[in-house]
Design a protein around this ligand. Structure first.
Ligand code: HEM
Length: 159
């Protein structure tokens, strides 16, 4: 038996589970790419959810390990949420936003990059869940570009 879900996590309960699917990536400075993703939102019995994401770029019949993320989703009163994330490309960020039914919109409040990271200035994300389907979009302001789409993915809940 897992830990019971604390009442403050109920507005985020629609995210719980393991999600798998595929996405399309783009940015003005890179070639379009497709990727596979596994995403898990889990309850650990504390007033946050853990979020772990792994992705694999699909190129020329190969499946190459790509981006990962580890984060904590902290619900706040009145539908707001704080997300604390670490990325392997040298980015650490705090995103804030809102949960409205089964739609989440987030934007980075603080984003810092390590000395060797590429320039990343801002991220924005939208997640929409309908039953066992999760669709998300990520927009990014980075490497001297304006805020532009980077990712779009459609995942299904598997567990
Ligand atoms: C599913 C998640 C993601 C996947 C599969 C993904 C994949 C990719 C790929 C394949 C590229 C182009 C080639 C390369 O540089 O490796 C790229 C570029 C880039 N991505 Fe992502 N990415 C993801 C999420 C993110 C996130 C969350 C950030 C920011 C925190 C980010 C920042 C960047 C940057 C800065 C570039 C470089 C653009 C350039 O060099 O001109 N990516 N991404």
């Amino acid at each position: 038996m897992g830990s019971p879900l604390l009442p403050e996590l109920e507005p985020l309960a629609f995210l719980l589970g393991v999600w798998r699917g595929t996405g399309l990536g783009e940015y003005p400075t890179v070639e379009r790419f497709s990727y596979e993703e596994q995403l898990e939102f889990a309850n650990v019995g504390k007033p946050y959810l853990t979020y772990q994401q792994r992705s694999w770029v699909l190129r020329d019949g190969e499946r190459l390990p790509s981006h990962m993320e580890f984060a904590f989703w902290r619900p706040r009163p009145e539908g707001s949420v704080e997300v604390i994330s670490a990325h392997p490309n040298g980015v650490a960020e705090i995103e804030i936003g809102n949960v409205d039914g089964s739609r989440v919109t987030l934007h980075s409040l603080r984003l810092v990059t390590s000395p060797s990271a590429k320039e990343v200035v801002r991220l924005e994300r939208d997640f929409v869940v309908r039953g066992d389907s999760l669709v998300y979009d990520v927009r990014m302001e980075a490497v001297q570009q304006l805020l532009r789409p980077h990712l779009h993915a459609e995942l299904l809940r598997t567990a």
